[in-house]
Write a protein that binds this ligand. Sequence first.
Ligand SMILES: Cc1ncc(C[n+]2csc(CCOP(=O)(O)OP(=O)(O)O)c2C)c(N)n1
Ligand SMILES: [Mg+2]
Length: 596
Amino acid sequence: MSNPQASQAVTNGPVRMTPSEAFIETLVAQGVTDVFGIVGSAYMDALDLFPAAGIRFIPTVHEQGSAHMADGYARVSGRHGVCIGQNGPGVTNFVTAIAAAYWAHSPVVAITPEAGTMGAGLGGFQEIEQLKIFEAITKYQAHVNNPNRMAELTARAFDRAFTDLGPTQLNIPRDHFYGEIDTPIHAPLRVSRGPGSGADLDAAADLLANAEFPVILSGGGVVAANGVDACVALAERLGAPVANSYLHNDSFPASHALACGPIGYHGSKAAMTLISRADVVVALGSRLGPFGTLPQYEFDYWPKTAKLIQVDADASVLGLVKRADVTVLGDAREAAVALEARLAERTLVCTATRDARADQIRAEKETWHTQLETWNQEQDDWSLEVAGDSSAMHPRPMLRELQKALPGDAMVSTDIGNICQIANSYLGFDAPRSMFGAMMFGNCGYAFPAMIGCKVAAPSRPAVAYVGDGAWGMSFGEILTCVREQIPVTAVVFNNGQWGAEKKNQVDFYSNRFLGVNLENTSWAGIAKSMGAEGQTIEKLSDVGPALADACKAQSEGKTTILEMMVTRELGDPFRRDALKRPHRLLAKYKAYSDD
Ligand SMILES: Cc1ncc(C[n+]2csc(CCOP(=O)(O)OP(=O)(O)O)c2C)c(N)n1
Ligand SMILES: [Mg+2]
């Protein structure tokens, strides 16, 4: 819900106020209701006004957490996520999370108060060149070079986060909060995108009308454009199977007959098999990122001779990774509506095979689901050895139990790690804005704080973060934020006693020379309890589902629960087989470390 004071904040002309007031009133005009951060003297003059402006300040444990929370908040609500921190170290703590938001295309505004202008360059306290640091990971940087421009530049940072589809920075020298200025407070500028040019849409419709086996790839842009219903209508018009792009399992309703699941790492074999048969692929709201289309299960599924129609709201990604036969620069929803309308008036070649294609879709999904239902254990030598005499749970059946117990309207975030990635095979959603992967920056420590932000934006929805035990060590501090701020979230921590995803590389490439990958964990459930949350250690498969269901229910009583899953050390397919080489050494002293 937007800030109820928003429309009153906008002025028709200049009004005398302080720059702090101009800053705050612009946030109000932009609809801001929540800001994540850690207090700092740099912006205390403005912070003081937050409550009167109807803005909740949510103090976090670490500024990286603040910015991930802003990201999750933005992704679930479609509104700005906002974070703020102290100049220098508070601001540099944002960096990893803003890079993650950049690759998630999240409209996050990072507010970065800076050292005062009269000391800049002298090496004073907490001084660093803050614009350079964020240059490559923001879409736009506003620098308040004069206090008189506070409202103008603050508004622009917010507006551009939407027009440029990603995080922006608002850099404010700390002395510029003080004084008196005459300034208008601007109404937000929201630029709407159309469906794309008529000529491009005609060309796309031509390709689709003549396609024998069209396949839709529904990407994050479909979710961001609130376009899932339009994508469904287009798919139904064509009878086309729909694959989700990597980590966007919520971009098409999983229970729909045409839904095939995600392509990419630990994705759906059904989706990849069906897309491999396409003669025309429509990539709707997807940049076709290189990692997301790598071969999987030793299957190079991307249909190289198929015609490609790429629709995206960002011109710079059209035809970038894969050559596209038709590009449509437009809003994914609007473009899907326009394409469907064009196809409604045409005779479609694929209509003749509608039933046969529906049979293929059903059969491929059934094969994949049966495989998943019976895939209990990884079968490589190392996994069989470590899981052999272990009493711990196998990860796959544990993930199956979690999936069955997830409430229908749950939001799930996933971290970076072997088990979190395997979860990609199991996670399906009927509602958009339900899955929050760490996306292409791929940083461990993303999922828990991001889910805290999601919960602030959607308090009535069950909030669940999937996190490996290594990544949990980076992020569990934010339990304190959940407890202190009454933001109830459930974290499912996969305790396999290792940085598994990286260990897998040492198994596959370095003859099991394990270095830096084994973890001696204390009890994560115990730590959670000592931090004021609920904690439970789960050792039996039959306890997994009930524990998750109870933890989700307990969120309505304000309880944060950490479920520590005791799992074997077995490991699924690795992340980066594509980017590693067999060890080759030339010096005699390292001969034992060589494969040849
Ligand atoms: C911030 C950061 N540091 C390091 C890495 C490299 N990395 C990728 S996956 C991984 C291991 C994750 O281990 P864990 O969270 O325990 O999950 P598991 O693989 O065991 O399921 C590491 C260290 C990363 N992606 N991000
Ligand atoms: Mg682990």
